[in-house]
Design a protein around this ligand. Sequence first.
Ligand SMILES: *Cc1c(COP(=O)(O)O)cnc(C)c1O
Length: 239
Amino acid sequence: MCQWDMINHLAGCLFMSIAERVLQVQQQIRDRAQGRSVTLVAVSKGQKPSALNAAYDAGVRAFGESYVQEALLKLAALGHLPIEWHFIGPLQGNKTGAIARHFSWVHGLERERIARRLSESRLEAGLAPLQVCVQVNLSQEPSKSGVALQALEALVHEVALLPGLRLRGLMTLPEPTSSTALQRQRFAALRQEQERLIRLGYDLDTLSMGMSGDYIAALAEGSTIVRIGTAIFGERNNT
Ligand SMILES: *Cc1c(COP(=O)(O)O)cnc(C)c1O
């Protein structure tokens, strides 16, 4: 690329519309999913309802939100549309009722107590089981969220028994790194855990892995849900 082409290319990326970015991400998914069906969850935390509408018009049908209050405003604004809402944020005990009533999926399950509360609220609401992924901490750092590998099987065992939940698979949120090799290594580790649990008899069909900076590596390692924010909506300002 000559310099002028490069400048044009960068300007193009900066000024691309949400619709164009959605199409670009969907194309990457198609090219790299090796025939698997992969769900694009557009992570809309920090975005206005108008941005979600633009993504919806471009074909997005699943949105990910991290904060309950903020999410409820958007659910109200877009409630008339056939959208699947995914809760991807930290799970607090006092928010489990609202999450169980308003979302179809929860990705960050890491504690049995929270799982029980979600299950009870879901049954009380008379809704079909809430689809959940257990979040795994692959880095083994105590500060990171997610269940440690040594505790994963015990938690999966408990969650699988809860009647208000349907355990679909595993999720991870690795530390950002620009090393593709390291990205792939972590995602491969999550896939191996899924395979191990399947051998033990658990029915897990979902790997929720890959964000804007690493979803290409995640797709190469078998991801079935990618959670993409900035690559669709641009930088967030308030979160
Ligand atoms: C914010 C967030 C994302 C999206 O991150 P981007 O880098 O903006 O794509 C994905 N997953 C979780 C759990 C998040 O909190």
